[in-house]
Ligand binder design. Structure first.
Ligand code: 13P
Ligand code: SF4
Length: 301
């Protein structure tokens, strides 16, 4: 990685100097994921591991809702996100007011909120979920009907696996909504025998044509355990790049979609974040106390 080595060396030194750790999502570029991150994983793993961090400073190489979740679970630590504009189309699709209105419309129905939401939305929710635990969270409530917000496709994909009735919202991930069943058919035609893995934020008709659907960590585990000869991951582009590093014997076919929000994080702005202590995530105390409860309930499932 000669082009990046200055930034990498500086980040490694700054981490020691500042007693900092870098948590990176699976969609971060390989030079972040493999060269400077201390902890990597899917949204669930990052939330879980954030709780055990002993360092003074957490740099979240991911998007804003992930940094907020880390701050909720570590209120006493400095949590930095290198670019405040690293957002998410799902988080942008719903407001706290929307949830209050839904509660009026569906009195008594529990609100399960995807972690891909703002802390203010989490604060209006009963419990959070991720793509890795959504079915378990929904079923843990012991009720016949739940609201599951805001990802319509995740809600529909989970509804297909459970007897619990799921009321969805109309939010979509701008990366995963672009995959189509025709993409899969073309891939199967071009690469006979290929294994197709899809993220559950993909439309249900895409998931129906895939061989397996699961969170980014579940897809990575699938490759490690089943060792398909040839595989395609219907998800964000860096995912295949990161997983392929550990599986030189697997042939990765790489049509993919980039997440412009995840790609706002770079080695250069991680370095600046540590040098200038920016941008520190803050959450209003009255929001934080309720949002933390929703995340903690999820982690207890
Ligand atoms: P997971 O890593 O939890 O599967 O989430 C995918 C995603 O789109 C995060 O923004
Ligand atoms: Fe949001 Fe989709 Fe980007 Fe994840 S990949 S941060 S869900 S827009």
């Amino acid at each position: 990685w000669p082009v990046f080595s200055d930034d990498i060396d500086a980040i490694l030194a700054l981490k020691r100097e500042r007693n900092a750790v870098i948590l990176a999502h699976n969609y971060q570029t390989p030079e972040i994921f493999h060269c400077v991150a201390d902890i990597v994983g899917d949204s669930l793993a990052l939330a879980r591991k954030a709780m055990t961090v002993e360092a003074d400073v957490i740099v979240l190489a991911g998007v804003h809702f992930m940094a907020e979740t880390a701050k909720l679970l570590n209120p006493g630590k400095t949590v930095l996100i290198p670019d405040m504009a690293a957002g998410c189309s799902l988080a942008d699709s719903i407001t706290p007011e929307d949830i209050r209105l839904l509660r009026q419309r569906y009195p008594g129905v529990p609100v399960v909120t995807y972690v891909n939401t703002s802390a203010a939305v989490k604060a209006e929710s009963d419990i959070c979920c991720t793509s890795g635990n959504a079915k378990a969270v929904v079923e843990s409530l012991g009720v016949p009907r739940v609201l599951m917000l805001p990802d319509e496709y995740l809600a529909q994909n989970i509804a297909a696996q459970t007897d619990v009735e799921i009321i969805a919202w109309k939010g979509h991930c701008e990366v995963h909504e672009r995959f189509t069943p025709a993409d899969i058919r073309e891939l199967r035609e071009a690469h006979p025998g290929i294994t197709v893995l899809a993220h559950p934020e993909c439309p249900p008709e895409v998931v129906a044509e895939a061989d397996f659907a699961g969170s980014t960590a579940a897809m990575s585990d699938y490759v490690g355990q089943k060792k398909p000869a040839r595989v395609v991951l219907m998800t964000e582009c860096s995912m295949s790049d990161n997983v392929a590093v550990d599986h030189s014997d697997v042939d990765f076919i790489r049509p993919c979609n980039l997440c412009p929000h995840m790609k706002r994080i770079t080695l250069s702005n991680i370095r600046t974040a540590l040098e200038k202590n920016r941008y520190a995530v803050t959450i209003d105390a009255s929001v934080a106390v309720r949002a933390r409860l929703a995340v903690e309930r999820m982690l207890a499932v």
